[in-house]
Design a protein. Structure first.
Length: 381
């Protein structure tokens, strides 16, 4: 239990999320988790390719492998530490059985958004099927508004967020920029009155969104509307304090192994100090979410290789030890005054991020990038 608490602290979670079980285990997957799983696989692939160049994800088109929907811009994803999908909680319609103008409203619960983080981007995603009725060959103007204020005796005050023009026969996901609304809602929860969507023809006639093919909560689970919000950690510490020396698992290693493909060049298992002890190098350490019993809330991965550094930093420090100039100097002084100055220490010289996709206690799907979680190389410090 202590180990679980420590790992949760590293993941930035105050406690173990306990999502509600789905109403039916065989129910088809919902749109938001499908999108987030695709996003996770794309981001995980980018993290692997990012080993040599931190800005690689920005410098080329990313997330082109998303199978269910159009991807967000690569720069938006690469800047984000956390991505949260929010399911539409409340939906209201003014449809063909009501006076014009017709509209559709959506509301999202932002109470579970991460603390200490700022919004970098937010998207509203809604699926458009082929429309029915006399407007099928027209160009439609689809507008999304933030509901700024509600009134009992007149129409609500609205703030225009984004507009898209498209052919009425268009099918697929529509993506609207709602960053401004998300920022307003985070500043003060009382401003969260939802989004309102209008559809009009070229000549300004109001069209019922349902008749235009825009699907709401009554549509298939895989095509229901949702919001995606991208966050970046604000400067300053935002993590829970942890024990000074958390326990770590060490595995014995054979001394005659060939270089493993996941070890960096120059740091091999068969390199030893002169007295038979292993020199500073990277060792395997696998954190299994399955062994921790967390697969009811962790969607992906089932675990990850964190690695750790261990070994001798004995003089002379050669190139395979990735030693700093300070470590070389410290080793020389240690030879002369071993009781006054300790040996240089084996420690990580390069760390990389890993991403975890999970459900929170409200069944929102969250993709969080955790920096400095994987040891890429070791050296003497």
């Amino acid at each position: 239990r202590d180990v679980q608490r420590e790992i949760l602290a590293v993941l930035g979670l105050p406690g173990r999320p306990r999502p509600r079980p789905p109403a039916a285990s065989r129910a088809p997957a919902a749109a938001a988790p499908l999108f987030m799983l695709d996003l996770y696989h794309a981001v995980a692939g980018e993290e692997e390719e990012e080993a040599e160049e931190e800005e690689a994800a920005v410098s080329r088109p990313v997330l082109t492998g998303l199978s269910t929907q159009s991807p967000p811009p690569g720069s938006v994803v690469s800047r984000a530490d956390t991505v949260v999908s929010l399911v539409n909680m409340v939906e209201q319609d003014r449809d063909i059985f009501s006076p014009k103008p017709y509209w559709k409203e959506f509301r999202f619960d932002l109470t579970q958004v991460p603390t200490g983080e700022s919004v970098t981007a937010a998207e509203f995603r809604i699926y458009k099927a082929r429309g029915v009725g006399r407007h099928v060959n027209n160009t439609l103007h689809v507008s999304i508004y933030e509901i700024a204020a509600e009134h009992s005796n007149r129409e609500s005050d609205l703030f225009l967020l984004d507009v898209q023009d498209l052919r009425a026969g268009t099918e697929g996901w529509l993506v609207f920029d709602v960053t401004a609304a998300s920022n307003h809602w985070l500043v003060d929860r009382k401003y969260n009155l939802g989004l309102r969507l209008y559809v009009e023809t070229d000549d300004g006639h109001s069209v019922d969104p349902g008749s235009a093919g825009l699907l709401g909560r009554r549509g298939p689970r895989s095509k229901q509307p949702f919001m995606v919000t991208f966050f970046r950690a604000s400067p300053g510490p935002a993590r829970v304090a942890r024990a000074a020396k958390p326990p770590r698992r060490r595995q014995p290693k054979k001394t005659n192994d060939l270089p493993h493909p996941n070890k960096l060049p120059g740091i091999f298992d068969d390199v030893h100090a002169t007295d038979g002890r292993q020199v500073c190098r990277r060792h395997e350490l696998y954190v299994s979410f399955q062994d921790l019993g967390w697969l009811d809330w962790v969607i992906a991965p089932q675990g990850y290789s964190a690695y750790y550094c261990e070994g001798e930093c004995a003089f002379p420090l050669d190139s395979c030890m990735n030693a700093t100039n300070h470590a070389i100097l410290q080793s020389l002084v240690h030879l002369m005054k071993p009781e006054a100055v300790p040996k240089a220490c084996c420690a990580p010289t390069k760390l990389s991020a890993t991403s975890v996709l999970y459900y929170d206690s409200n069944n929102n799907v969250i993709l969080k990038k955790h920096r400095n979680m994987v040891v890429k190389s070791c050296g003497c410090h």
